[in-house]
Design a protein around this ligand. Structure first.
Ligand code: AMP
Length: 144
């Protein structure tokens, strides 16, 4: 399955992006409100500046205490973001996530952000694919 198929099945909700200057507490609030695990950091909503996940916030609070909540989210984001393209296979994306130990991956076309998929999206798509393969194989066996 292709990344583009996952994006299509997710609908056109868009990606939640925030400016690098917003406070860590605002990022936490947004993650909670939108029930998501990561935010793409972007100045213009199109170009990636970084990514911040709930893990970054928890780690920073554990390390430095609640004082980090008033700081800019850019101080705790991951700036080297691993991305994928719409034409990538989901298996390859899952491999990137496993190798890099992260659960979110922005989808880009050129340098422009066009979507974001989570490990949950990939696992869901893979399970659907396996289910269809199983049905097809059972059909073939029963047909003989
Ligand atoms: P996650 O598993 O997505 O909650 O993220 C775990 C760690 O990886 C956090 O430090 C994130 O900032 C970072 N991270 C998340 N997604 C990516 C990505 N696509 N590329 C690089 N780092 C990421």
């Amino acid at each position: 399955m292709l990344v583009s198929q996952i994006l299509k099945s997710k609908g056109s909700d868009g990606v939640v992006t925030v400016a690098p200057g917003i406070a860590v507490s605002q990022a936490a609030e947004l993650l909670s409100q939108r029930k998501i695990g990561a935010l793409v950091i972007s100045v213009d909503g199109k170009t990636l500046a970084g990514i911040v996940s709930e893990r970054d916030i928890v780690r920073e609070i554990a390390r430095r205490g609640p004082s980090c909540l008033t700081e800019a989210v850019s101080t705790i984001m991951t700036a080297r973001v691993v991305t994928c393209g719409k034409a990538d296979q989901t298996d390859a994306v899952l491999q990137k996530m496993t190798d890099g130990r992260f659960r979110h991956i922005p989808v880009v076309e050129g340098a422009v952000l066009v979507g974001l998929i989570s490990i949950g999206d990939v696992v869901k798509a893979r399970l659907m694919e396996l289910g269809m393969e199983k049905e097809a194989l059972e059909g073939m066996i029963k047909g003989f």
